[in-house]
Design a protein around this ligand. Structure first.
Ligand code: ADP
Ligand code: MG
Length: 817
């Protein structure tokens, strides 16, 4: 399948490349295509099969098409094949249509608990202390980075070899290790042309046959006997190994073989754990070493998690979980491979729980500072909500409640509110400002740009004016006189809420009683600015808002000093932006779509990646593109925004676009984060493959802010390659910023997104933050709850010791407890 698919792709690439430059030179491509598609068809799922049937029909008429028709046909073919036919997806779709596979499972090795357990610190001892361990074994374990007994227990298999799932002969795939089950037909010792001898045995089931080949003469006798006996008794045989395709069908060289006798299987019918090896160590040795330790010590391991948590989370006991991770028996192979089997879940939960517990204790220590306890009542909350022109979403309600809880407490709030673009963070912040004002305190709202400050100023006024709360604005572009008037009003406490830019942290600004600090689009500010604004008051509450979709997994661990709230729901009635990948030669289609939208009175953005080589080049490119689109989209007017403009000029252009002085904005810079132009319904992103996923998502968030249907076109070239297409397809498939961020993370790894700051994220032995977010969430919740109920962890000595052993140093918790 993969071979014919690859050939189809290569042929179509060749034909369509450089606007069909080579097309005249390729003779009768339909013949080759017909052959390749016919080969591909049997490996497809029903939907794709039907499509291929249509293609085959069209290929029949290909010679009668005009050249233009042929090109259009090939272009379409190329698009569908590139976008909808990745080997991975095809296989997934196909597997779904197949019946579940049979399994053969041998009796497993069970954990035998010792009558008396050891205290947990026995497991912190070096492996040398284990009775009967040899110095050689200790040395090998050290090579794997294993010092203590618990290190060995935590040295988990990174994958498993499934020798339990039987693959039918007809469904065998080449170059993969698979288990077959069948009866013996032929056994023959053959001499090959070059004089070598081999033993060939044929196994068959109802769907087909496979040849087993042995080349080592010494084993011929043993296997002949085994297979002849099985043949005579009509017994089924299991064989496991890498399947090869040969001219005569599928072959396995030197398979592991066992006659199927229930209850007596040794090597097969098992799931084999595979461990990372250090240099010079063999898998079998590593496995034996780890198993040695695990078998010796696990019978003595105590349970350290509170029973309540274990029951609630449906977790196995610690010793049992660790045992089954190293000695799986009846676990489901696909669960093991994805690290979602019950024993793995317990082990991953453990690590994340201990980490979150340590983090929570650390925070508890930090939080002993005294701040303001705002008297926020239910009535006050109702009062605010009643006057809103809309109903808060469930997510907004939840986050608001979290903020209120924080504000009521005497310790200062340090909360990060994350929410996708358009999720409605502003109203939540306005509510907090309202509560502060009603409690007699001032609020400062800091935004990264003038235009955003202006926008927030308007919004906050809208929300707060009805209550007689005075909102002021302070930005750098105001005259000295204007500023001084505002300074005075802030100092005297006439202005209750002031919205502004960096101008807020200037020396002249003094508050009467600043109680709440709101910072928008946090990633543009450093921690320093946050602290400077905070210093304008006495321990004010701090609320940070960001639309940057930091994956929740990372936010929870990365922002050690911030509590995280997430608005993960868009207001009702929002239509998700329809996203489509277009190839650069599909310009006419794009122009048509753009004009359709402009005709309706809507507006469009066309964004190019930053050209950074030189100032002159960028200006030239920007001007050319502006010119190009002005021509193409006549009579609509096109504006230009580029990276070499001053902030003021940019703001001017943005304002003009907002007012509708032109309908299309061509931009070589990333459009100002958070700007609201509800009439904008189209976002075209050129060279989309050059942007990161998170950035593309941010850009897309500029449209779809009203109730009109919006569109995003990701323009790329036909030659970008499968990996790039795969990334862009993530955007096509979802509008969820967090999912996208997590996909981005999977593509690039956390290091690249956060740089060195995040280096601590690799400290987990088993948990993988990309994979284990769902478990992290639960672990965090349980840790928080436990700390709330039992801040000193009284009576949980084992747990406390283990946590300190694992994470104590990192969180400076050595004196805790
Ligand atoms: P962001 O989270 O991107 O800052 P905003 O706070 O600017 O989003 O909100 C986007 C738009 O949605 C605004 O026009 C706002 O008034 C509106 N909005 C916010 N919450 C709701 C809601 N619950 N129902 C309807 N519209 C809402
Ligand atoms: Mg915003």
């Amino acid at each position: 399948m993969e071979k014919s698919l690859k050939e189809i792709k290569e042929l179509l690439n060749l034909l369509t490349k450089n606007n069909f430059a080579l097309f005249p030179r390729v003779k009768d491509p339909e013949k080759r295509l017909r052959k390749l598609f016919s080969e591909l068809k049997p490996h497809l799922d029903r939907k794709r099969k039907a499509w291929v049937d249509k293609v085959l029909k069209l290929l029949d008429t290909y010679p009668q098409m005009t050249q233009e028709q042929q090109k259009r046909f090939l272009r379409e073919l190329h698009s569908v094949i590139t976008l909808k036919f990745t080997a991975e997806e095809i296989e997934k779709a196909r597997e779904k249509e197949l019946p579940p596979k049979e399994r053969v499972v041998a009796a497993g090795k069970n954990l035998k608990r010792a009558p008396k357990l050891y205290p947990i610190e026995a497991f912190f001892q070096p492996v040398e202390k284990i009775k009967g361990i040899t110095a050689k074994r200790v040395n090998r374990l050290k090579k794997l980075g294993i010092e203590s007994v618990i290190d060995a227990i935590y040295y988990l298999p990174f994958r498993y070899e499934d020798r339990t799932t039987v693959t039918k002969m007809a469904q065998l795939k080449p170059d993969r290790e698979q288990l077959v089950k069948g009866k013996v037909t032929a056994i023959s010792q053959i001499k090959t042309k070059n004089g070598k001898e081999l033993l060939k045995v044929t196994l068959y089931d109802k769907t087909g046959a496979v040849s087993l080949i042995f080349l080592n003469k010494k084993v011929f006798g043993y296997y002949k006997l085994l297979f002849e006996k099985a043949k005579k008794l009509g017994k089924e045989v299991l064989a496991y190994g890498k399947v090869k395709r040969s001219t005569s069908g599928f072959t396995i060289y030197h398979p592991e073989v066992e006659v199927l006798e229930p209850g007596r299987l040794e090597k097969l019918g098992r799931i084999l754990p595979i461990y990372h090896c250090a240099e010079g160590l063999k898998q079998t040795t590593v496995r034996r070493d780890i198993h040695f330790v695990v078998e010796k010590v696990l019978p003595f391991m105590p349970e350290y998690l509170p029973e309540k948590i274990r029951k609630r989370q449906k977790l196995l006991e610690a010793a049992e979980a660790f045992w089954r991770v190293h000695f799986p028996s009846d676990e489901k192979p696909e669960e093991l491979q994805t690290f979602r089997s019950p024993p793995q879940r317990r082990v991953i939960f453990d690590e994340l729980f201990l980490f979150q517990l340590a983090l929570a204790l650390h925070r508890q220590k930090v939080k002993r500072e005294r701040g303001i306890a705002f008297p926020v009542t239910e009535e006050l909350i109702e009062e605010f909500k009643k006057a809103l022109p809309f109903k808060l979403t469930g997510a907004q309600e939840r986050v608001l409640k979290e903020i209120v809880e924080d504000m009521k407490k005497p310790e200062p709030m340090n909360r990060l509110v994350q929410g996708d673009v358009g999720s409605g963070k502003t109203v939540v912040a306005a509510a907090a400002a309202f509560f502060a004002a009603k409690s007699g305190y001032q609020t400062a709202v800091m935004a990264p740009t003038e235009i955003l400050a202006n926008q927030h100023y308007k919004k906050f006024k809208e929300f707060l004016k009805p209550y007689g709360i005075t909102v002021g604005l302070l930005t750098g572009s105001m005259t000295k006189r204007e500023k001084e008037t505002v300074y005075r009003a802030i100092k005297e406490g006439v202005i209750k809420v002031v919205v502004g830019t960096h101008a807020l942290i200037q020396e002249g600004v003094e508050f009467k009683n600043l109680g709440l600090v709101v910072i928008d689009e946090q990633h543009r500010f450093g921690v320093k600015q946050r602290v400077e604004l905070k210093k304008k008051g006495k321990m004010p509450d701090v609320l940070v808002m960001t639309a940057t979709p930091i994956p929740r997994t990372l936010a929870m661990t990365a922002y050690g000093d911030l509590d995280v709230s997430v608005i993960d729901e868009l207001p009702a009635g929002r239509k998700p932006v329809k996203t489509e990948i277009l190839f650069s030669d599909e310009l006419p289609k794009l122009v048509k779509r753009l004009k359709e939208e402009l005709q309706k009175g809507n507006r469009a953005y066309i964004v190019y990646p930053l050209v950074e080589e030189s100032e002159k080049l960028e200006l030239k490119a920007a001007t050319e593109m502006h010119h190009f689109w002005s021509e193409k989209l006549k009579p609509y007017r096109v504006g230009l925004l580029h990276g070499k403009m001053k902030q003021e000029e940019k703001d001017k252009v943005m304002e003009a676009f907002k007012r509708g002085e032109f309908q299309v904005l061509v931009s070589t810079t990333v459009i100002e984060v958070g700007v609201d132009v509800p009439e904008a319904t189209v976002m075209v992103i050129e060279h989309a493959e050059r942007f990161g996923l998170a950035q593309l998502h941010q850009l897309r968030g500029r449209v779809g802010r009203g109730d009109r249907q919006s569109y995003c076109y990701l323009v790329t070239s036909r030659e970008v390659g499968e990996e790039a297409i795969k990334r862009l397809k993530v955007l096509e498939s979802t509008n969820d910023g967090f999912k996208i961020a997590e996909a981005d993370l999977a593509f690039r790894g956390p290091g690249e997104i956060f740089g060195t700051r995040q280096s601590g994220l690799g400290d987990f032995k088993v948990a993988d933050l990309r994979r284990d977010y769902d478990i992290l969430k639960e672990a965090r919740r349980e840790a928080m709850e436990l700390i709330k109920e039992n801040p000193e962890l009284n009576g949980l000595e084992e747990l406390k010791k283990l946590m300190k052993f694992r994470f104590g140093e990192k969180f400076d918790l050595v004196e805790v407890g």
